[in-house]
Write a protein that binds this ligand. Structure first.
Ligand code: HEM
Length: 703
């Protein structure tokens, strides 16, 4: 350890913009050297070149695509690396490694993409067909901070040792573009915009002697050796970088891959790459595998992070949460710091001239925004923004649904501060007359095509409440019961062309709200200007539909009033579920709204009511029974795939539990609970001080 400190602290810090030079000694103190971390064997390893790095045939590339002469000089390997797909990490014997490293250091020719090694690079003459490119493997140690918003920042250093001359170091910054959770595997998932920056030190001399005489430096860092000196500004000291989208899987044992196997993610909603990886038409681009050796959290992580990247800790709370009334909503700013052993697997294809990794490896000069940003070493507030927060208004076609974050609703704390008052009692009683009785099936109108009177679509009212509130996104903390449903009625999910009933809903809610407000204005006991909000009206309408069709009557009393309205649209309605989702899809959608799996099952039973596609949801769609719906799910003959998907091993017990008339009251109790939760999603309760410009509500109503 002392040896390491002496030799390398300054050198290392001198090339990494993440490192404050004054922290050199501190970093050396905490950096796990090979002695410190016997379990992290990769720290010891020199560059590992893929087995096929010296395959037989030369690329015979044209002048415009010079053969990597490092590779040309590399020793022959017995077999080409497998083509296509992701190749497993494969280590060479130490002797081969040394040979390969030495050969690469002695390269005579130009370098097109040294990191994306071309195994055939001229080693054995031009007669043989080009072999598949081999992956180049680098192993080393990474210090990564996993930031609360899903972004990652840190650096990785490849052997022989970060404290010895000749090491290769890369900066790594990944901003979350999409984040989610694979519910069924309980694993994090996401798409990151990854920037890798080559901070490998320039060669000690222009002649290409690697710093400290370590041959490996020339081979992999790209900044060393003749190729590095010739290739670009990076070799002369400027960082080089590539930026691309990667998929992140496997949680703390992280795997980053590019290109991203998109799995249904809409590409057009993602930002473009600075330098799209066009290594080869079909070749894999990049795979980074991290195996966590030591995970630190909380104060210990903060302490270490404070030494490595001081600007990332003790950050004041984000100021972009003006609508969050509850302290629980405050983002935890305690970053997690991971000490990780690293495997980098870079694979390139034939068209390596176009490969951005070539620039990275050569150290070609770069002054992109990323470099500049990082070079400042200051805190980047962007890193703490929730990723991909939907803009307002949400653009059609933009799907920012991160699918699943998991967990439970955060915002119910707001209810705790609610003070029921006389005004609310009056508003409720008026609303009862106006809405409840209008919705009563004894009165004209029971809804739905084919129903006796379609003027009061009971199912449509319940569904409206769901569509008002179910736009909440736990991660972005936008959407929810905010009264903006009235601006979103023409969105795709609300345009049920096959269900004309749904179009009555907006008119009914508008009419009912106007009538309630008219009566409130006449009521002397109510302060002037008191109005019921759109959000309150909508959730009361949904409850009325439930009650009037035989559902739990006590739901009415349990509902609190006081939801503030947004004056503009505020939701991404594409977060609402669609009928063709798999279980995982619909589960993630609901978990991302802050619901539990039980909420999913319970609320889905809203399909005990109403009509769709011109047909009935259940045998008697004007009765809120619940068990009839669950019996359909049991037989997998409910109307939508999302319904039948509930008869899956995780939620089947609940379906079975409520599938008989005897369990009706049990189900009703659960429904009340979930409905109240649903109608509290991300609500700004008006008895909290709120910025008036965001509220539709009259200030006089604020208690
Ligand atoms: C689980 C995910 C859900 C999906 C995929 C889904 C999808 C749909 C679809 C496609 C329709 C038919 C629209 C049409 O007429 O074309 C519908 C109707 C309906 N949905 Fe859902 N829904 C879901 C959850 C819910 C929830 C949570 C509720 C309420 C708590 C609800 C209440 C209703 C009602 C009452 C109708 C009938 C509307 C009417 O009669 O006009 N749905 N749903």
């Amino acid at each position: 350890m002392p040896r390491a400190k002496k030799q390398t602290g300054g050198l290392f810090l001198g090339v990494s913009p993440w490192q404050d030079a004054s922290k050199a000694q501190e970093e050396a103190d905490v950096e796990p050297s090979d002695e410190q971390q016997p379990g992290c064997s990769v720290v010891e390893l020199p560059l590992v070149v893929g087995a096929a790095a010296a395959a037989a045939a030369p690329a015979a590339g044209p002048a415009s695509m010079p053969i990597d002469s490092k590779l040309a000089a590399a020793p022959a390997a017995p077999a080409a690396a497998p083509s296509g797909g992701w190749q497993a990490k494969k280590r060479k014997p130490a002797a081969d490694e040394a040979q390969a490293s030495g050969a690469m250091a002695a390269e005579p020719g130009g370098s097109s993409c040294p990191l994306a090694t071309h195994p055939s690079a001229g080693a054995a003459g031009g007669e043989q067909p080009p072999a598949e490119p081999a992956p180049l493997e680098l192993e080393g140690t990474a210090y990564l901070a996993l930031l609360p918003n899903g972004s990652i920042t840190g650096h990785l250093v490849c052997p022989p040792s970060i404290f010895r001359p000749g090491r290769r170091s890369f900066g790594l910054m990944a901003e979350a573009v999409l984040a989610g959770r694979e519910c069924t595997r309980d694993a994090d998932w996401g798409v990151l915009r990854l920037t890798l920056i080559n901070f490998s030190p320039p060669p000690a001399g222009a002649a290409g002697q690697p710093a400290g005489g370590d041959p490996g430096a020339a081979a992999a860092g790209g900044g060393g050796g003749a190729a590095g000196a010739r290739a670009g500004a990076g070799a002369r000291g400027g960082p080089a970088e590539v930026s691309l989208l990667v998929e992140r899987t496997e949680g703390d044992a992280m795997r980053l891959r590019a290109p991203v196997p998109w799995q249904g993610i809409e590409l057009e909603s993602l930002p473009e790459l600075d330098a799209p990886c066009t290594c080869a038409s079909s070749a894999p681009g990049l795979s980074l595998d991290f195996r966590c050796q030591q995970l630190m959290e909380g104060p210990a992580a903060d302490a270490l992070l404070g030494r490595l990247q001081p600007s990332l800790v003790f950050v004041p709370p984000a100021t972009s949460l003006p609508f969050e009334p509850t302290p629980s909503a405050a983002m935890s700013l305690s970053a997690r710091l991971s000490l990780l052993c690293l495997t980098v697997l870079l694979a390139g294809g034939a068209a390596q001239a176009a490969c951005p990794f070539a620039a990275l490896a050569r150290g070609a000069g770069s002054s992109s925004p990323h470099s500049r940003k990082l070079a400042q070493t200051g805190f980047n507030p962007q890193l703490f923004q929730p990723p991909n927060v939907p803009v307002d208004p949400v653009l059609p076609g933009q799907n920012t649904n991160p699918r699943c974050i998991g967990g439970t609703i955060e915002n119910l704390g707001a209810l705790g501060a609610w003070k029921q008052n006389a005004v609310d009692a009056i508003v409720k009683s008026i609303a009862k007359e106006v809405i409840w009785y209008s919705a009563d099936p004894k009165f004209p109108g029971t809804g739905g095509p084919g129903a006796p009177n379609p003027t009061v679509p009971m199912g449509g009212l319940l569904r409206a409440a769901f569509h008002e509130c179910g736009t909440y996104d736990r991660q972005a903390r936008t959407g929810g019961c905010n009264g903006s449903f009235r601006f979103e009625f023409n969105d795709i999910v609300n345009q049920d062309l096959l269900n004309p009933n749904f179009f009555f809903v907006d008119k009914l809610i508008t009419r009912w709200r106007a009538e309630i407000n008219r009566r409130l204005a006449l009521n002397k006991a109510v302060p002037a200007g008191t109005k019921i909000s759109w959000a309150d009206t909508t959730v009361l309408a949904g409850a009325s539909a439930v009650i009037a069709t035989g559902g739990p009557v006590t739901l009415w009393d349990k509902l609190k009033l006081g939801r503030a309205d947004w004056a503009t649209r505020a939701d991404n309605t594409l977060r609402l579920p669609i009928r063709i989702l798999t279980f995982n899809g619909v589960a993630c959608t609901f978990l991302n709204m802050g619901f539990t799996l039980q909420d999913l099952v319970v609320l889905s039973a809203g399909h005990t009511l109403g009509f769709a596609d011109g047909g009935k949801m259940t045998a008697d769609p004007s009765k809120f029974l619940g068990w009839d719906y669950f019996q359909l799910v049991q037989g997998r003959v409910a109307l939508f795939p999302t319904d039948n998907a509930l008869y899956n091993f995780r939620t089947r017990p609940l379906v079975d539990r409520w599938a008989s008339p005897a369990s009706k009251q049990d189900f009703f109790a659960a429904f009340e609970q979930s409905y109240i939760k649903m109608t509290a999603l991300n609500v700004v309760w008006r008895n909290y001080p709120q910025p008036a410009e965001f509220l539709f509500f009259q200030p006089s109503f604020i208690t």
